[in-house]
Design a binder for this molecule. Structure first.
Ligand code: ADP
Length: 244
């Protein structure tokens, strides 16, 4: 404010449009199509999907089998390219990244948690987290791995072979690995699909802990009503596009 001779004049000047800061959502799909071709057979997995997930949201992706949920996650993780449309993660448009930038994105920014087989079963829980940290370029991987395991209630499991952990513990080790490397986008495909109620609650707690501690954005594909209830928002899909 500028006060001169009783006159109050605002010094605020409306910025020119190009000077305004753009706040990108954490994840955005803009009119995305994905067509799989196998010989003469074409399968349209996504047909004009539009999604927007804000930073720090926990979103549940629901829909019948075959409606394109896993395809959506693999495009968001930059494991595959859309046939048309744009996938953005924060300020990045994934289609514009070169191979080097894509490798860096996959190693540091995004984490994928699947229903099973997330870990190297013959390595210990600590080694699993440490390898994920090494791939992301970290040096002090052992103590960071131990700290992450402690944070997710697995402090006593560091030396245990991952393959001998329970399903719920394995999921939490995978989430601890995402936490250790501060993955900003965590994509989980039916992470509690094979777990009982108590273990499902623990895994859900771990996903919530991820965003509470690090502000990660979490997208969970699920059929579980408990996971859908715990989410901030449910996005329903049908036939390769969004309903809500
Ligand atoms: P959801 O996760 O909802 O079950 P998907 O994304 O796995 O659905 O699959 C959507 C559609 O795309 C299905 O018809 C599926 O058979 C097809 N599809 C998925 N991946 C491939 C692939 N690699 N090659 C051919 N078709 C595929």
């Amino acid at each position: 404010m500028n006060v001169r001779g009783g006159e109050i004049r605002s010094l605020y000047v409306e910025p020119e449009p190009h000077e305004r800061e753009i706040v990108w959502p954490a994840l955005e799909f803009i009119d995305v199509f994905k067509i799989f071709r196998s010989g003469p057979v074409e399968t349209v997995a996504l047909r004009g999907l539009n999604l927007r997930v804000e930073h720090g949201e926990l979103v549940a992706l629901l829909g019948p089998s075959g409606c394109g949920k896993s395809t959506t996650l693999s495009l968001a993780a930059a494991l595959d390219d859309p046939s048309a449309g744009e996938v953005r993660v924060g300020e990045r448009s994934l289609g514009r990244l070169d191979e080097h930038e894509l490798a860096d994105f996959r190693a540091r920014q995004v984490a994928l948690v699947l229903q099973r087989d997330n870990l190297w079963p013959w390595l210990s829980a600590r080694e699993n987290v440490a390898v994920s940290l090494q791939l992301a370029g970290s040096r002090d991987t052992r103590s960071a791995a131990d700290e992450a395991l402690r944070q997710f209630g697995l402090g006593s499991r560091g030396d245990q072979r991952a393959g001998s952990l329970s399903g719920g513990e394995q999921q939490r080790v995978a989430i601890a690995a995402a936490a250790a490397r501060r993955a900003m986008l965590v994509l989980a495909d039916e992470p509690t699909g094979e777990l009982d109620g108590a273990n499902e609650r623990r895994v859900l707690g771990a996903l919530n802990e991820l965003r509470a501690s690090f502000g990660s954005t979490v997208v969970v594909v699920t059929h579980s009503p408990a996971v859908a209830r715990a989410a901030d928002r449910v996005i329903e899909m049908r036939d390769g596009t969004e309903l809500t």
